[in-house]
Design a protein around this ligand. Sequence first.
Ligand code: TYD
Ligand code: MG
Length: 473
Amino acid sequence: MAKPVKTYACSACGAVFPKWAGRCEACGEWNTLEEQVLPKALPGGIKEGARRGGSKIEFVGLEGVSPPPPRVPTTIAEFDRVLGGGLVPASVVLVGGDPGIGKSTLLLQAGAALGRAGKRVVYISGEESIDQIRMRGARLGLTHSPMDLAAATQLGDILASLAQFPDAALVVIDSIQTMWTEGVDSAPGSVTQVRAAAFELIRAAKTQGFALMLVGHVTKEGNLAGPRVLEHMVDVVLHFEGDRGHQFRILRGVKNRFGATDEIGVFEMTGRGLAEVLNPSALFLAERRGNVSGSAVFAGLEGSRPVLVELQVLLAPNPGGSPRRSVIGWDSGRLSMLLAVLETRCGLKLAMNDVYLNVAGGLRVTEPAADLAVAAALISAASDVPTDPEMVFFGEIGLSGELRQVAQAELRLKEAAKLGFARAASPKRVAGGTARLSVPKTLSLVEIGHLTDLVGVVASGAKPGGKKKEEGE
Ligand code: TYD
Ligand code: MG
């Protein structure tokens, strides 16, 4: 008989090695390799399987239609949006996020909402005591929402207990890292334990037909802790993120076998739990002060949703020769590129300045479409002229300083008009491309072909300049 195979798995990234080492070669973390014993291979291999006479699998073609999966709405609209329309029975959702960001709060609220809608919800916590959860429930005003609550970590007990709820619609496990199964000989939270526990729970979800929600911890780098493997095992991976210093939180789809992954749900953490934010732009712009140089409003997109955010730049003199570039909420490499383009193409010299760039409100912007707004904020800060407070900016900037089209211009313009903006600086339209852009009536477009044009637009500040062109529907 084959000997059990010993391998070593990294608890940070899940990479597997035949030998132990102090440092994981895949992710570079120290002291994360743990021994794991893999089950023995099938004795005799494939030939033996065939001789045993395994039953034949039926193969089908690609044609034929399957109905869309049934959905159980949680009644929390922002949550349902990210899930793609509600929970799919027998599916598995992994919710990751930093400690204290509000994962337990979110799932307790979603579970309670489902409970009030008449579904059976089981909530099992391995992290908190019943008293702690009840206290949170009271704070959230959920005391009278029906729910089956338990504090447990032993998987055998949990699986046996779940069997008594054949009608369960949702089972929440908070968190998967605290669960352990006796069959596996390693500590809770280790890759082997997490994988084994998740495997058993997922099997129960598929056979019993309940939707399973797993809470997963996140490492310093923002990956789901331990098990990358876990991400492959589940149907949906959601990240709950935000800055703990700010009140808003974003639920972001990372993987979704039943829907789009570019959706986000926006919440606000209040004294009474998470509140849905149906108009995120208004929230992000709420504290904007007009007439300050170094600020520009970016008409961005989060998934399929337009979101307006304020970008702020502060320049501080630094004659020392090694200026600082500090970025919060955007890509620092992209800022360096923009600074280089501004210097080379527009003669804007910032080498003697520290540059601080901040996305107000704590949002993380990943789109290159923010280039134009960042450039506007930089030019405004350098010339100490506030940008037009009624103008939004969007567009990608190339290395020669040319403006490039970005996706979904119409959505961005519509959102800007909805929030009362009168002008939008955007890339010059090219024949055949976005030439037939429909522009809201209350908004005029300021088309920018090259970065040098932007300097003039910013310099004209609040006074509508000659470059603006009225655009009808
Ligand atoms: P929690 O859901 O426990 O986070 P996680 O499960 O992701 O670790 O949320 C904890 C934080 O949320 C805590 O710092 C307090 C804050 N909070 C509120 O501000 N309001 C509330 O109503 C609740 C329940 C928590
Ligand atoms: Mg928690």
